[in-house]
Design a protein around this ligand. Structure first.
Ligand code: DAH
Length: 339
């Protein structure tokens, strides 16, 4: 009998249960009325008197050990139960990091909103374009040196399939489809074959604006530009138009704004001129209107184009263009509050 008890002792010490049901089965096996220990107790009556003491001691030890082991296992399950109850399913699994808009998206939206308040609506066009929409319709002659102003990416060595070098191509697409009045703003990505550095990239973003109607004059352009500059950079901003050249506008101009860092007094940012250049503009060339099926004897209009990176740099003093496409969270996080 002692051997049987020792065997059971060993068994009980090693017993394991995977769940509460298994544990209950073990309890029944050892501790219930018809269990192993009870039956040993019954057999105990037949043990010789001189052995009773020793066998009794082992038997008690077995009973106690079994009870303790079962309690121990039970406690383990109870703890698990508590920790399961502890799970709050309404809580998020981990802290949610709020995303931010990209600075270029913030500025693009702001530009579009400002022109939206002047009645411009958004138009978009393809990034993979043909020669006509990027150059020819816009009055770039076949061998016009102005084509060299833009280092163009050609697709598959086909001179007629290009990545658009400016969003002016969208003007053409809209004018071909729609008669005046036209008042559109065209934001989008453009591509130029430039070596990547802190101040140039092979892709960047532009916004183009076009207004065509009867009797549109340079004065209308100037007023729209002034409104835009003040809305974008503050009411105290001044503008300055310099004569320039673009094949698709005549006359053409470039616009400077009073340096928003020094207020026009002169600083390293504006190279002590007090002015910084922000966009190109002009009256749409009659050839462009005619190319697009709009009668230049009846209609006139203005166009302007600006780089979103340039405006963003001025607003937020980002010194390296590459930051806009590197997706460094530390950089992007800084624009959280500008959302
Ligand atoms: N397309 C010109 C560029 O990429 C920008 C531009 C200048 C657009 C004058 C215009 C404009 O609409 O009138 O440099």
């Amino acid at each position: 009998m002692i051997n049987r008890i020792k065997e059971l002792l060993q068994e009980v010490q090693e017993m394991k249960a995977a769940n509460a049901e298994e544990l209950e089965a073990l309890r029944i096996k050892y501790l219930s009325k018809k269990g192993e220990i009870s039956s040993l107790m019954n057999d105990f009556r037949n043990v010789a008197a001189d052995q009773k003491r020793e066998v009794g001691k082992f038997l008690n030890e077995l009973k106690e050990t079994t009870q303790n082991r079962i309690n121990e296992l039970k406690e383990g399950f109870a703890n698990e139960q508590v920790s399961q109850d502890d799970i709050d399913l309404t809580r998020t699994a981990y802290p949610v990091e709020l995303g931010t808009r990209h600075p270029l998206s913030i500025v693009r939206k702001e530009i579009c909103d400002i022109f939206g308040r002047l009645g411009f609506s958004i138009a978009e066009g393809p990034e993979i374009e043909d020669d006509w929409h990027v150059f020819s319709a816009l009055n770039f002659a076949e061998d016009h040196p102005a084509r060299d102003m833009q280092d163009t990416f050609f697709i598959q060595h086909n001179p007629d399939v290009v990545l658009r070098t400016h969003t002016s191509s969208v003007q053409v697409r809209v004018m071909e489809k729609q008669q005046p009045p036209i008042r559109i703003i065209c934001p989008g990505r453009v591509y130029r074959n430039e070596a990547i550095s802190y101040r140039a990239h092979c892709f960047f973003h532009q916004v183009e604006a076009l207004y065509i109607d009867k009797d549109v004059s340079f004065a209308d352009l100037k007023q729209a530009l002034l409104f835009f500059a003040k809305e974008m950079f503050g009411a105290e901003t001044k503008i300055h138009l310099r004569p320039s050249y673009f094949p698709f506008t005549e006359p053409s101009a470039e616009m400077d704004i009073s340096c928003n860092l020094c207020g026009g007094k002169g600083c390293p940012f504006c190279k002590y001129t007090g002015w910084v250049e922000i966009l190109g503009c002009g009256m749409v060339h009659p050839n462009v209107l005619d190319n697009c099926g709009i009668d230049s004897n009846i209609y006139s209009g203005y166009a302007l184009g600006m780089g979103i990176e340039r405006i963003t740099n001025l607003k937020y003093q980002v010194k390296d263009l590459r930051l806009f496409s590197e997706n460094d969270i530390r950089f992007l996080k800084q624009f959280e509050s500008a959302n």
